[in-house]
Design a binder for this molecule. Sequence first.
Ligand code: ADP
Ligand code: MG
Length: 452
Amino acid sequence: MNNIELWQSVLAQMQFHISKANFATWFQNTEIISKDCEKIIISVPNAFSKEWLSNKYNKLILKTLHDIDDSIKDLEFIIKPQPSKNALPKMPSIENEQPEDTQLKFEEFKTNKETNLNPRYTFTSFVVGSFNELAHAAAMAVADNPGFTYNPLFIYGGTGLGKTHLIQSIGNKICEESKKKKVKYISSEKFVSSIVSAIRTNSMESFKASLAPIDVLILDDIQFIAGKNKSQEEFFHVFNSLYEKNKQIVLSSDRPPNAIAELEDRLRSRFEGGMIADVSLPDYETRLVILKTKLQEKNMDLPEDVLDYIATNVKKNIRELEGALNKLLVYNKINQTLDLETTKKLLKGFIFSPFDVANYKKIIETVAKFYNLEEKNLFDPTRRKEIVRPRQVAMFLLRKELKYSFPAIARKFGGKDHTTAIYAYKKIMQENEENNKLTEELNLIKQRIYSA
Ligand code: ADP
Ligand code: MG
């Protein structure tokens, strides 16, 4: 077996052990470059892959290699940059020269007119935890080697979880390291309205020409393009022409490509052709780290018990966490006496128990919307798959999130036998364990239920 065949069979094995997204991120552009006696040397495209593979997958890879060829006893990763690697020395970041006056730091940074990027969004200010490490690593890899690592990069997750921050960080890092690279950040809403007006004024060609010189196109909230057929068609051509020239495309969305309804298949398969990574909710420890990072950036401080209170109670998303912190900072600036009691009062509006947010109406509304149905469809007496599944999901969530009894669920769904509700609950529960796509859907639906 030569090195290529050996690595191919390792890769084939690895796919059984890790998710598709992880696999694509960590094993793309890897190969065995030498094998001497007992040791295998594997090349990886960047430092992140190296760190990740040697920390998390070293054992598994070695075991797999050893199973195939038992003379192999050791393993090493080395970085072999991809061809387009830009070798410019790092520019010192502007961030290091923060103004002394803390007052300034409360001000909004100005968006760059050329790129539409907000300089506030950088990797330096982005906190990484298990909830976003895959997306972060993929974004870093793309920023290091735009067009040649993962193309497109597709980041998805609920609102306020850092998608915009992360994808803009990519743009800012690329601009910082190479002044020659043309980066453009566009919200999908803006993008669609530009296409619509270009069609109306017969200026599609010049719109496309304006996009042609772009090296890195970042489109935020691409789910917005769903159902907009003409825009999808034009975007498909824009996508292809950039992609063919190895230009980097970065997309964000509130859900993965396979869950965007009314998206043309050919676009969906383009979106799925690169790297897909999610951002989810940070845990308590990470929330605390985020708070402390934000304080440090602003050169401010708050009592430890106050921080603990925020991190424990403001769980909805990072935007809220930041909002809560800013509210307290403003108060503290004026009064200088912020204590736990005042904090509790000030943060009333930020803190919900699950029962305050998730209610029957909310669950039905969110599930229907997620599956692109009307609410009444969920109650249709039909066995059509497109309806049955969402209905089961709704029943499952009523039970799981609101602790509804099965007879109560049955009553809500037109007096069905309560065994139907039990069946739905068990079925979704079981599939949730076996089926990644469903797990993803449930997470996204829950994020939406709790983020309103
Ligand atoms: P989304 O685009 O997913 O709705 P944003 O990127 O707008 O979310 O993030 C909301 C706010 O939270 C922003 O102010 C952003 O700077 C902050 N934020 C999000 N994720 C992180 C993170 N990992 N570290 C630090 N700040 C974050
Ligand atoms: Mg956003």
